[in-house]
Design a protein around this ligand. Structure first.
Ligand code: SF4
Length: 277
């Protein structure tokens, strides 16, 4: 059996950076509180918990001597300010690309633009960006959500970092006809797109793909959907212990792809076991 690993695959720059910051804080302070799960990967969260991570869901759970960590997706400005006041040390793991989107949203609002965010309104990153907007704003999922009968004054458009550029272009094209002034910031990060492109390339080379990543990871789910849509037999596992080894039998070449929140140690464990086959 031959093994081909998608490239690039696994941790994106922002999540890798955040995990490194968190590990450093855990080594220094022992216990660190994260507001919301710091990464959409249950095995990595369990590993970090064994090092002293405590996941909290509310800023009110932070006491004055706590060390707190802000995840790569970021949080709202109000939460950030409150955490600073309530904690002893705050480690800000917000990805620089997310921070850029927050800053763009803030500046658009201060210049009097109605801010339109292309993204998922329930996603923590989008909720965080909304928290930087003082003024009119709305979140849309795509061009289908644009009201063709409405008229706008000044529109400022930006995107959740994981959207794709074609959707952003479609939305902008629709708004151009509905407004006098439009300002667009392309705040899309290429990491997600690159991982989706890499699994498409992989699909043409293999007889089956194992996608490894958390079941709570939207970008891992997307990789599974792409692989399946290309007609490639696909298995989704969170770790090597879930692999159905019978499924691998008779397949000449197996591909491995991982979501942007899957740590290296889980990928290496899987590829190591596959290599031993
Ligand atoms: S996907 Fe992009 S924006 Fe999101 S954490 Fe990773 S590098 Fe940052």
């Amino acid at each position: 059996m031959k093994l081909v690993v998608a490239s690039p695959t696994g941790l994106c720059f922002g999540v890798r950076r955040a995990i490194e910051q968190l590990e450093k804080a855990l080594a220094t302070y022992g216990t660190v509180y994260a507001l919301g799960s710091p990464i959409h990967n249950p095995q990595e969260v369990a590993r970090l918990k064994s090092l002293g991570l405590e996941v909290i869901m509310n800023v009110n759970e932070v006491s004055g001597d706590a060390v707190v960590f802000v995840r790569a997706h970021g949080i709202s400005r109000a939460e950030l300010e409150e955490l600073k006041i309530k904690s002893r040390v705050m480690v800000d793991g917000t990805c620089p690309f997310v921070r850029n989107a927050q800053k763009r949203a803030e500046s658009l609002a201060s210049e009097g633009y109605k801010v339109i965010i292309l993204g998922d309104s329930e996603h923590p990153e989008v909720r965080g960006i909304l928290g930087y907007i003082e003024g009119d704003s709305c979140v849309i999922g795509g061009k289908k959500d644009v009201d063709n009968s409405a008229r706008y004054g000044k529109i400022g458009i930006l995107s959740q970092t994981t959207q794709n550029e074609a959707s952003l272009a479609d939305v902008v094209a629709k708004f151009v006809f509905l407004t006098d002034e439009i300002k667009v910031y392309n705040t899309i990060c290429r990491a997600t797109i690159e991982r989706q492109e890499s699994i498409k390339n992989l699909a043409g080379q293999v007889d089956g793909i194992i996608v490894i990543g958390g079941r709570n990871s939207a970008n891992t789910r997307k990789l599974v959907e792409i692989s399946e849509s290309l007609g490639v037999p696909t298995m989704w596992v969170e770790h090597a212990g879930e692999v159905d080894w019978g499924w691998t039998r008779g397949r000449g070449t197996i591909g491995v792809a991982a979501g942007g929140s899957t740590p290296d140690w889980l990928i290496n464990d899987l590829t190591g076991k596959l290599k031993r086959l």
